[in-house]
Design a protein around this ligand. Structure first.
Ligand code: ZN
Length: 205
């Protein structure tokens, strides 16, 4: 399935909002990335910019909207596949943009800033709420997330995005990152685990 719109949710985990000193949102904070940001995490080399300050990793649960989507569907009806994704972020650039009230595109939309693991069939919201995901960097645990901790859950995200921006088959939603974000360095090897299953791996160039 061709990926259409790439929606991303910011500040959807309490501890991550806190670690960056952000207030908790009262409705989903949604931004987008260009499709040119997409890259597969299949033992791939990912090139990041080094001339604009720190680049941070953010590992996130990603939802895909399936065939036959109709406005008003629940997440259970709408989502046909999930994976883990890397929302790479130029953090220093983002801080400057936030301070000036400017759009986040320069910090979130660079090429290869949206890495995607292997898609799994949607296991249902119940199973997602029992799941755990983890980012390992150079063999060490860097981030651990539990989808049940999301401030806005799957149904709320699907409904909110559909209502305000539109949602369709092939759209994907990065659902936000848990705490533990940090700067990437050249040579870092990243692995993304859904429970015990590795869905993606890449090396930072
Ligand atoms: Zn993110």
């Amino acid at each position: 399935m061709n990926i259409q719109n790439i929606y991303c949710v910011g500040r959807n985990y309490h501890l991550h909002a806190e670690e960056l000193g952000n207030e908790l949102p009262t409705s989903p904070l949604v931004f987008t990335k260009p499709t040119h940001a997409l890259t597969a995490m299949k033992q791939t080399n990912i090139s990041i910019p080094y001339d604009q300050g720190e680049v941070h990793y953010e590992l996130e649960l990603v939802l895909r909207i399936g065939e036959g989507y109709k406005s008003g569907m629940t997440a259970e009806e709408a989502v046909d596949a999930i994976t883990l994704g890397l929302d790479l972020t130029l953090r220093d650039v983002q801080e400057k943009l936030k301070a000036k009230g400017l759009p986040w595109l320069p910090s979130k939309g660079f090429k290869q800033s949206a890495g995607l693991g292997e898609w799994l069939p949607f296991p249902g919201t119940e199973e997602i709420n029992l799941a755990r995901f983890e980012l390992k960097r150079n063999g060490q645990s860097a981030q651990i997330g539990y989808p049940k901790d999301m401030i806005f859950q799957l149904d709320e995200l699907v409904t909110f995005i559909d209502t305000h921006y539109g949602l369709g088959t092939g759209d994907i939603i990065f659902t936000g990152t848990p705490a533990g974000v940090a700067q990437l360095h050249s040579g870092d090897e990243l692995q993304a685990y859904w429970n015990e299953q590795m869905l993606g791996a890449c090396k930072i160039m």
